[in-house]
Write a protein that binds this ligand. Sequence first.
Ligand SMILES: [Zn+2]
Length: 61
Amino acid sequence: MEIKFTCKNNNCSHPGNHQFEMTFDEETIMDAKNMASIFCPFCKAEMFPASAPDNLDGPNG
Ligand SMILES: [Zn+2]
């Protein structure tokens, strides 16, 4: 399973037309019971996991 993190900083210096996003494997960011904090490499703001489900098709993914 992958989790997408998005930078919520409106003043982010990411050179794009949309907010900066990074995708991690769940195993990468889950340390035992605690989720690691992810920080934007452009503005150093903390990034938050996207809450929207990403089910395009298929009931069993
Ligand atoms: Zn940012």
